[in-house]
Design a protein around this ligand. Structure first.
Ligand code: C5P
Length: 308
């Protein structure tokens, strides 16, 4: 009998999320600059007769335990490719907010893939793992790769980026999640409403910001703060207007930058250093505008196996 295997996978924040027009396949072309941060989920794969999922953590009740769970889908995809039975018990220890815009579900998929590959001895190549990730979801390849990367296409075509330092972040976790497809739909609706149009022909092709790439390369938090942007933010705010209060509370507390993380509703705040981050966190916690506050830093490495 094989021993259980555990993978540890980071959350992400998008320091730039430039969203192009709606494509015929229902996705949007992106210039998506991901940065992995030090909040992690752990996925343990243990031998079992059939696929089973259990979850622990503050948000565990919101995580589906059936085959709609991305971790289950990742295990099934790997088993199918290698012609084996997907007998595995996946246990997810969740620390990344659920449906929070921080790629928690993507992290669990990447973790399940790595852990099952080790448990089953399927020895998938890195390219194969990345292909399975991309098939399952646009953000999942980044959960595997970590660090900082530019995602093109729908976000799955990654180019790793150089960074010159560590950035200090505060995350304000909201009550309840936001559905990613609903936020993209709202982005399209707002574009239609403005008269500009929402289709690929109406919206300029998304491009990475040179100022942002320079700030990442030099590790300059002030320059990064001036360059961060998220095209999904107006849509997240439209669906959840109270997030404006959270963003304002962080800005008032001295954050260098305040933005919605991905499709939200988690809000991300960039701080000058770890002391400034603690100050922003204390003020946010006292503001009553969010459920929980987390302080962390990044970039951190992507998914990896934890030594037993
Ligand atoms: O790829 P993923 O499963 O994470 O995408 C979830 C949904 O988010 C898609 O079905 C689509 O509605 C939206 N999406 C998008 N453009 C992207 C990525 C996601 O419209 N580049």
């Amino acid at each position: 009998m094989s021993r259980p295997v555990t993978a540890r996978v980071p959350a992400k924040v998008n320091v730039q999320l430039a969203v192009g027009g709606l494509r015929p396949d229902g996705f949007h072309d992106l210039a998506n600059v991901f940065l992995a941060v030090g909040l992690h989920d752990e996925v343990t794969a243990a031998p079992a007769d059939a696929l089973r999922i259990t979850v622990e953590g503050a948000d565990a009740a919101q995580v589906p335990l059936d085959r709609t769970n991305l971790a289950a889908r990742a295990a099934l995809a790997l088993a199918e490719r290698h012609g084996i039975e997907p007998g595995v018990h996946l246990h997810i220890a969740k620390d990344i907010p659920v449906a929070g815009g921080m790629a928690g579900g993507s992290a669990d998929a990447a973790g399940a893939l790595l852990a099952c590959d080790a448990l089953w001895g399927t020895r998938a190549t890195r390219a194969e793992l990345l292909e399975i990730c991309a098939d399952l979801g646009s953000d999942i390849p980044f959960s595997l790769v970590g660090g900082v990367a530019l995602g093109r296409g729908r976000g799955e075509l990654l180019t790793p980026l150089e960074t010159g330092g560590t950035f200090h972040w505060v995350f304000a976790v909201a009550d309840g999640g936001l559905s990613t497809p609903a936020v993209y739909r709202e982005c399209d609706r707002l574009r239609e409403e403005s008269g500009a149009g929402a289709n690929a022909a109406d919206v300029p092709a998304p491009e990475p910001s040179q100022a942002l790439l320079d700030a990442l390369r030099t590790g300059d938090a002030t320059a990064l703060a001036a360059a961060v942007s998220n095209d999904l933010q107006p849509a997240a705010l439209s669906l959840r207007p109270a997030l404006a209060d959270t963003l304002r509370a962080g800005a008032d507390a001295g954050a260098l930058a305040s933005l919605v993380s991905g499709s939200g509703p988690t809000c991300a705040f960039l701080a000058k250093d770890v002391e400034a981050a603690q100050g922003v966190a204390t003020a946010l916690a006292a503001s009553g505008t969010c459920r929980t506050v987390r302080v962390t830093s990044g970039p951190v490495p992507g998914a990896g196996l934890v030594d037993a």
